[in-house]
Design a protein around this ligand. Structure first.
Ligand SMILES: Cc1ncc(COP(=O)(O)O)c(C=O)c1O
Length: 401
């Protein structure tokens, strides 16, 4: 089977039909690996970017009930009022911050919220700061709209922590916004409160926006309290926070996310939202209300399960020749490094072809991490064990010198 050649054609084509801005969208590394994997037998996926647990029963029931009750029309443009109120209460309680429904916009997954936030502010002559590696949407969406990006590299040796001073040092007179994502995809790194406070304080002082992607805000291990931009910022004037039900309640396919910001920003973004997706889908907004009302039983169970997998994966990576790991504190990824200079894409492709284990090469997530692999532990412990029964002897045979 061809390696996603249609994607390559689309994005690399000089065909005048397409807006040249599409060239800023990189060839999707994840799709390339998953396409190749689908042509092979007996593949173990450490490539998965969504929870493997089924969505909670009360959530599924609420979606079905909403459908059966005829909830199939549009909602208000900002979202279902019941969901907006539930989110305002939930966030207000969680972070001791006064929020109303007017601070929230319900979107089609966090993806739409990220799209709205970035493309509503990115423009020629504006500069953005983004960690590297990072979730692959941010930099292309900024560049597509003429914005300029400085990437701040993070390293496995330092648990991929972001150095706030490096972020502050990268600020220029035309810096418009800083993008943060904690816990991070692809590194699983959780930024401590001090990192957020230092960045937020400097950003507020200079009138720079902070756009924070918090989709993994419930996947935080070892009993740690989650430091959110919402709990660390002094006010919402220059802050946009994005999240969704996708990871927290295994609802990725239901596509319900949101954006939290000042009332003025939400007012502006509501109009833009009407010109992109109109509204998020109605029955699954009801499912979201049920998720928020459902207590913590599901997330507690998920956390316990993922903690076990994380701990075992960390041990297995430690035992693997040529890989440098660390202990991630959130999400469900580990992003270990191969020795400096080794091409992670070649290793991921060979690993898949020769052992049947599918990982995602580091270059999918930025420019500073070509020697890394993203390993997802959103799969059973048995599968993780089996994957390393293949990876460890294979790595032992490699000579990367
Ligand atoms: C960091 C990050 N942000 C956003 C998303 C997209 O979330 P959603 O499915 O809610 O659009 C993902 C999905 O993998 C992600 O990892």
């Amino acid at each position: 089977m061809a390696l996603g050649t249609s994607d390559v054609d689309l994005y690399e084509s000089e065909d005048p039909m397409w807006n040249p801005a599409l060239l800023t969208i990189p060839i999707p590394g994840i799709r390339k690996m998953v396409n190749l994997a689908s042509s092979l037998e007996d593949v173990i996926h450490l490539s998965i970017g969504q929870p493997d647990l089924p969505a909670p029963k009360n959530v599924v029931d609420a979606a079905v009930e909403a459908l059966q009750a005829g909830q199939t029309g549009y909602t208000m443009d900002a979202g279902l009022p019941e969901l907006l109120d539930s989110l305002a209460t939930y966030y207000g309680d969680r972070y001791q911050r006064e929020l109303t429904a007017d601070n929230i916009l319900v979107t089609t997954g966090a993806t739409e919220a990220i799209y709205l936030a970035l493309t509503a502010v990115a423009a020629p002559g504006r500069h953005f700061i983004v960690p590297d590696p990072a979730f692959m949407l941010y930099a292309p969406l900024i560049r597509m709209n003429g914005g300029e990006v400085t990437e701040i590299p993070t390293r496995a040796e330092n648990n991929h922590q972001l150095d706030p001073q490096e972020v502050i040092d990268a600020i220029e007179p035309h810096t418009h916004a800083i993008v943060l994502n904690s816990p991070s995809n692809p590194t699983g790194t959780l930024y401590p409160k001090e990192t957020l406070e230092a960045i937020l304080e400097e950003a507020a002082y200079r009138g720079i926006h902070v756009i924070s992607d918090e989709v993994y805000d419930h996947l935080v291990y070892d009993g740690k309290e989650y430091p959110s931009v919402l709990s660390c910022c002094s006010d919402l004037d220059h802050v946009m926070v994005v999240s969704s039900f996708s990871k927290t309640y295994s609802m990725a396919g239901m596509r319900i996310g949101w954006l939290i910001a000042s009332q003025a920003a939400i007012k502006k973004l509501r109009r833009y939202h009407m010109f992109t997706t109109t509204v998020a889908n109605t029955p699954f907004q009801w499912a979201g209300v049920a998720a928020l009302r459902g207590g913590s039983e599901f997330t507690d169970h998920m956390l316990a399960e993922y903690t076990r997998r994380r701990d075992r994966l960390v041990e297995l990576v430690e035992q693997t020749p040529h890989l440098t790991g660390y202990k991630p504190e959130g999400a469900f990824y580990l992003f270990p490094s191969l020795p400096e200079g080794v091409n992670g894409t070649n290793v991921a492709l060979r690993l898949l072809k020769e052992t049947g284990v599918c990982t995602i090469p580091g270059e999918t997530f930025g420019n500073s991490c070509n020697n890394a692999l993203r390993l997802s532990y959103s799969t059973s412990l048995d599968k993780i064990e089996e994957a390393f029964e293949r990876i460890i002897p294979w790595m032992a045979k490699q000579d990367f010198g």
